[in-house]
Every structure is written in structure tokens, then in C-alpha cells.
Design a protein around this ligand. Sequence first.
Ligand code: SF4
Length: 92
Amino acid sequence: VRMEERLYQNRYMVDEGRPHVRIHHQAEDSPQLKTLTRICPAGCYALDENGRVQVAADGCMECGTCRIVCQATGEIEWSYPRGGYGILFKFG
Ligand code: SF4
């Protein structure tokens, strides 16, 4: 089974109003933050009309990439979703 087909089997529970990934914007978005618009496997990051990076954590697969990439810049606040929310992986 291809990776894409596996991903389609997962479900995502949105915790309304409690995003588990937030951006702390600095005066300018760092190059690291900007790369997230290309490397987040769930496509959670995008540029807004002002060219700033924004995140919509719905669908986040909790891979941790954004947290690690921006560890030094301090722009990403990241925590696991509350129990029952977030990605529900289907195993097997
Ligand atoms: Fe995207 Fe992974 Fe960060 Fe979730 S943890 S927003 S899937 S890079």
C-alpha cells in the first residue's frame, strides 16, 4: 500500500479553538519558518496575503518536523493535542 493510501485511512478530530501548533511571529518570518510551507507533509503551513507564514493545524500528523526545524528560532509553539483530539492513526 502506498503512503498516500495509508494516510487517507487516518481521521482527524479538530479541537475547536485550541490549536496545538501556534506561530509566534517575529518582525520577519525566518527562512526556517518559510520552509515549512514546502516541507510540512500535511500542508498545514501557507503564506497569507501579506506574505507571512500562517498555520492551520487541522490535519497535522504530529510528525514534529516544524518543531525541530524552528527549534532555534522560537517561532513554533507545539504540544500534543488533548486526548481524543488530533490525528487518529489507523494501524494495520
Ligand atoms: Fe506539519 Fe508535522 Fe508540524 Fe504537524 S508536526 S504541522 S504535520 S510539520
